[in-house]
Design a binder for this molecule. Structure first.
Ligand code: HEC
Length: 210
């Protein structure tokens, strides 16, 4: 590499050499100018936040997490009625493809939940079952005071969904059912810490709901 480089320098004519040097010299000056401009721009305005977490955690739960988890859970079921037992399971490639779309939405929701600065609920929004559910303000404080725990629960959702995707790719109904159970546990683990703490919350006088 070095040898061929020095070789091309030594065989170039004087004019060519000067030409090349002038061009690279110009490039160098331009690079310095660009760097100076960039520095100037960032030091004046400050770096713009990369993420724009417009929706609340409550909205992400309702619009992304819950709908897709329900589609996955409902895809495999045993229905027992007077007429007998019906096993519900994905029937064809289209069914599996639709489930995979839900699983991808769910696994990426785990990253959406980790985006810094996302509000828990809209300002003034109250918990729907006060006394059972923690208020959005308290949830936000809990998340911000121990971010590592929040991330751990989001990873729990991610990893449970990984098993779901594996089952879908293998078109393995039994594995899908089992992974669905693990997913349920990942939801519950996070909800119990932030949303409706087991054994009540606050002074401990509030009893857990049904
Ligand atoms: C990393 C933590 C975390 C995980 C994991 C998680 N949730 Fe949530 N979820 C929350 C929090 C916090 C709230 C409370 C937000 C609020 O209503 O103030 C919530 C609320 C909800 C709500 C109520 C939304 C509304 O409109 O009030 C539903 C439904 C829900 N979660 C479903 C799920 C399901 C299903 C899963 C698993 C597939 C799941 N969540 C996993 C943290 C989590």
């Amino acid at each position: 590499m070095m040898a061929s480089l020095s070789n091309s320098w030594s065989t170039a004519s004087g004019a060519e050499r000067r030409g090349e040097k002038t061009t690279s010299g110009k490039r160098f000056v331009l690079a310095i100018l660009a760097a100076a401009l960039l520095l100037g721009a960032t030091s004046c305005a400050g770096p713009e936040p990369e993420y724009r977490p417009t929706s609340t955690i409550k909205e992400v739960m309702d619009s992304v997490v819950d709908v897709n988890a329900d589609l996955l859970w409902n895809s495999v079921a045993t229905e027992v009625s007077a007429k007998g037992t019906i096993e519900r399971a994905p029937q064809n490639d289209d069914d599996w493809k639709a489930l995979r779309r839900s699983a991808i939405s769910l696994i990426e929701a785990s990253n959406i939940l980790q985006i810094p600065g996302r509000m828990v609920a809209k300002p003034g929004e109250k918990s729907e079952n006060p006394g059972i559910e923690q208020s959005p303000e308290v949830i936000k404080t809990l998340i911000d005071s121990d971010r590592a725990s929040w991330i751990r629960h989001a990873h729990g959702l991610h990893d449970a969904t990984t098993a779901i995707i594996k089952a879908i790719d293998a078109k393995d109904t039994a594995a899908l059912l089992e992974a669905g159970d693990t997913l349920d546990k990942a939801c519950e683990a996070c909800h119990k810490q932030y949303w409706y703490p087991e054994g009540g919350f606050g002074s401990g006088s509030v009893k857990k709901g049904p």
